[in-house]
Each structure stands twice: as structure tokens, then as C-alpha cells.
Design a protein around this ligand. Structure first.
Ligand code: HEM
Length: 408
């Protein structure tokens, strides 16, 4: 490409924008600032941003080189946490609107923003490796200066957890006290409390799933149809086990049948489901679980494409946070070992290990859905009316006039 030619800048479309914005790569032109315009550094407050790295060891005669990396890494995390909160808040806002507002356009917005969160989290999971280039001995040189500062005091991390829907009662007690105890600033405490009280993404998702078209008892009544198919499949298993002549094999088959029957019973019997919810083993309401299962089974229907994608993205978010927790805990083990307390006062490695459990997974029910999937050829066929309802975003059933009604 001939860069000396004027053609390049001539061909740049201004689209009505002030002509001062025309791209001119000559040095003198960089001084031309459009009226009311801003330079890179001003717009991004680069000066402020770059003056925020203040290694504590710089105040001693012995500045530790790697402390700079330690600060930059944490700050980069906090900036990305801020972006994640921005995206999650916007998705919560859309999902908190009335049913009819969650239309196709909004679905695309939700999907693309959740996808963005997924990509950021992937970056954050990998970012741990950069800090791991610091050796434990290097860290030891400045660790004592940090006390009692700890990632445990990251307000934004707690906001992310709460806004997604980590349950307070399922948290590991930190030094036998509530996780909020560590915070002293009343404004921060209020902010975190608010994030506990506002509807989390998990709660909003459930409300949305409860409205899944096809769950209505007087319409398609998915749950009854699904239950019938499952009962038939279990009955078939039982018959096969009964026919088995090899006693050892028969016992195995019967055990398998019993285990499966109990599992399915735990979703068909609402009391059993609620008992599991009370124990924290399940988070979704009974109806939301039905909706999630229906979306997963009929995901090929146009109206369920985006919802299914959303469910997948939420699982990605959950697993990536768990992966981050895992990478972080491994790094902690490498840096301070398993027997040192954290600078924040927790048992360190052992406390962090406990946060890897399912209790910290928000969308655990989505992961467990696979247990209740049935073979494709057994999925209850859609009635013509239901097929049509799932072919478009809008709930046509509500808008059709009588002459257009399709009889099931
Ligand atoms: C040398 C590197 C690091 C070490 C040794 C370390 C150590 C620890 C320890 C021991 C804890 C438990 C709380 C306590 O202090 O008692 C903790 C918690 C935490 N750290 Fe780190 N950390 C490191 C790097 C990071 C980085 C880069 C981040 C990024 C933001 C981070 C974020 C957090 C968060 C959010 C928690 C709270 C986790 C929870 O309660 O589930 N840490 N860290």
C-alpha cells in the first residue's frame, strides 16, 4: 500500500462528524483537537491511573522489584471486576422487566453481554499465571508489609458473587464470623448488603424460566408428558432387570433402577425437591427446574435457541469462577504453603479450598440437568400448536384471533 498517497485519508468517510476528526497521520495534525474534544490521556485519566502504583517497599531502602507486578495484577483484576459488574447489572436490569419486554432483541443483548463476561473471566483465569512468575522467596520479601490487606477485602469480588447469587448461608465462615465483619466502611457494608437483598441473576433467571412456554398445565403441559416418558423408561429398566438370569448382573441392574427411580422421584415429588432446596443441594424452584429442562430438551426449536445459549453461558460463568478459585488456591499453596494464615486472617489455603465446593456454584442445577435428560427419540413430540409457539419469539397464542387458532 502506498502510504504517501492522499487517497487513504480522502476515502475516510466523515459521516457528518466534525471534519477535524478526519484521520491525518502527519505529526502536526496530532495537535489538532476538535472543539470540545479530548486527548487520549485526558479521556482515560492515564496520569491518575498510572500514579496508583505505590509499592510499600519503595518507602524502604530495599524496594522489591516484584511488588510492582503484584500491585498491577491486583489492579487489573479490580478493573475487570468493575466491567463484569457493569455487564451483570445490565443483564439483571433487562431480566427484571416485565415478561413482554424480554423479547428477541433483548435476548441478543443478554447473550452477548454474558458472553463478554465469559471472555473476561477466561482472561482472569489465565492472568494468575503471570503472577506465578514471582517466586515464593520474592513474595516473602514484601509479604509482611501487606498485612492485614487481603483479597478477602475485595468489595467488587463480593458484589460479583452476590449479584450472581452466591447464597450467604452457604458460605464458609471466615474465622468463624460473617464475611461482612472484615469490612469497616459503613458505605461499603451498605453496598454489599444491598447486593445481598437485590434480586440476583440466579433469582431473575428462575422467574424467567418459570414462565417457559409449554409449562402451562392447561396447554402443552410439558411436565406431565415428561413424567409419563420417564415412568415408561424406568418401567422398561425394571422389566429388563427382572428378566436377567445372571444373579450378579440382576442385582446390578436392580440397584441402577432403584438409584434412577429415587433420583427422578426427587424432581417429581415437590416435597423432596423442596427438602433438597432447604439443604442447599438445589437452588432452583420446582417450576424453574421444569423450565430449564424443557429449554434443554427442545433447544433446537427457534424460540429456545437463545434461552439455551444463555443457560450454557451461565454454566460457563460458574465454571470459570471455580477455575479462577482453583488457580488462585494453587498459587496460594505455591506462595505461602498450606500452613500459614492469610494476611486477612483466614486459615489461608484450607479456607480457600472450601470455596471450591458446589456450595459456591450458583447455577448448580443447570449442571445437574444432564442427570434428567432423556434420549432424543423419547422426547415428547410437540403438538402443532406448541411447535408454532416455539417457532417465533412472540407468544403467538396470546395474539392469535380465533380463526387462526391451531387445535392441538
Ligand atoms: C501472591 C499472590 C496471592 C496470595 C498469596 C494470595 C493469598 C490469599 C489468601 C491467603 C486468601 C484468604 C484470605 C486471607 O487473606 O486470609 C486470599 C483471598 C482472596 N484473594 Fe488472594 N492471594 C494472591 C493473589 C490474589 C490476586 C491476584 C487476586 C485478584 C484479585 C486475589 C484475590 C483474592 C480474593 C477475591 C480472595 C477472597 C476469596 C474468597 O473469599 O473466596 N488474590 N488470597
Amino acid at each position: 500500500m502506498d502510504c504517501s498517497s492522499n487517497n487513504m485519508s480522502d476515502s475516510v468517510q466523515t459521516n457528518g462528524i466534525d471534519s477535524n476528526f478526519n484521520m491525518d497521520l502527519s505529526a502536526s495534525a496530532s495537535r489538532v483537537i476538535p472543539k470540545g474534544g479530548m486527548l487520549y490521556g485526558e479521556y482515560l485519566h492515564v496520569d491518575r491511573l498510572l500514579s496508583c502504583q505505590e509499592p510499600v517497599t519503595a518507602q524502604t531502602n530495599n524496594e522489591v522489584h516484584d511488588e510492582h507486578l503484584f500491585i498491577i495484577t491486583h489492579q487489573a483484576y479490580e478493573l475487570w471486576f468493575k466491567q463484569i459488574i457493569h455487564e451483570i447489572d445490565s443483564v439483571r436490569l433487562i431480566m427484571n422487566r416485565r415478561v413482554s419486554d424480554v423479547d428477541e432483541a433483548n435476548m441478543l443483548i443478554i447473550t452477548s453481554r454474558l458472553n463478554r463476561v465469559v471472555l473476561i473471566l477466561k482472561l482472569l483465569v489465565d492472568q494468575v499465571t503471570i503472577l506465578e512468575t514471582m517466586t515464593p522467596l520474592d513474595f516473602m520479601e514484601f509479604r509482611n508489609f501487606l498485612s492485614p490487606a487481603s483479597g478477602f477485602q475485595s468489595v467488587q469480588f463480593r458484589l460479583i458473587e452476590n449479584k450472581l447469587g452466591v447464597k450467604n448461608e452457604l458460605r464458609t465462615n471466615y474465622g468463624k464470623s460473617h464475611y461482612l465483619k472484615i469490612f469497616e466502611n459503613p458505605k461499603v457494608i451498605d453496598l454489599i448488603r444491598l447486593s445481598e437483598q437485590e434480586p440476583s441473576l440466579c433469582e431473575l433467571l428462575q422467574q424467567w424460566l418459570e414462565r417457559t412456554p409449554g409449562l402451562e398445565k392447561n396447554e402443552f403441559n410439558f411436565w406431565e408428558k415428561y413424567k409419563t416418558v420417564v415412568m415408561e423408561l424406568l418401567e422398561r429398566n425394571r422389566t429388563e432387570a427382572d428378566k436377567e438370569t445372571d444373579e450378579q448382573q440382576k442385582t446390578l441392574l436392580l440397584d441402577d433402577w432403584k438409584r434412577k427411580s429415587e433420583l427422578f422421584d426427587s424432581i417429581f415429588d415437590v416435597n423432596k425437591h423442596n427438602a433438597l432446596m432447604a439443604r442447599g443441594d438445589r437452588r432452583f424452584t420446582h417450576k424453574a427446574l421444569q423450565g430449564a429442562l424443557m429449554v434443554s430438551l427442545y433447544r433446537d426449536e427457534p424460540r429456545f435457541n437463545q434461552p439455551f445459549h444463555i443457560l450454557m453461558l451461565l454454566m460457563d460463568i460458574d465454571s470459570l469462577i471455580t477455575k479462577w478459585r482453583y488457580n488462585h488456591v494453587e498459587m496460594v499453596l505455591r506462595m505461602i504453603g498450606a500452613h500459614q494464615f492469610g494476611t486477612g486472617g483466614s486459615s489461608g489455603y484450607h479456607y480457600l479450598r472450601s470455596t471450591l465446593s458446589d456450595r459456591y456454584k450458583v447455577f448448580v442445577d443447570l449442571f445437574n440437568l444432564s442427570t434428567f435428560l432423556i434420549p432424543r427419540n423419547c422426547i415428547p413430540p410437540l403438538t402443532p400448536r406448541m411447535k408454532k409457539r416455539l417457532s417465533v419469539m412472540e407468544d403467538i397464542g396470546e395474539n392469535m384471533n380465533d380463526s387462526e387458532q391451531i387445535v392441538d
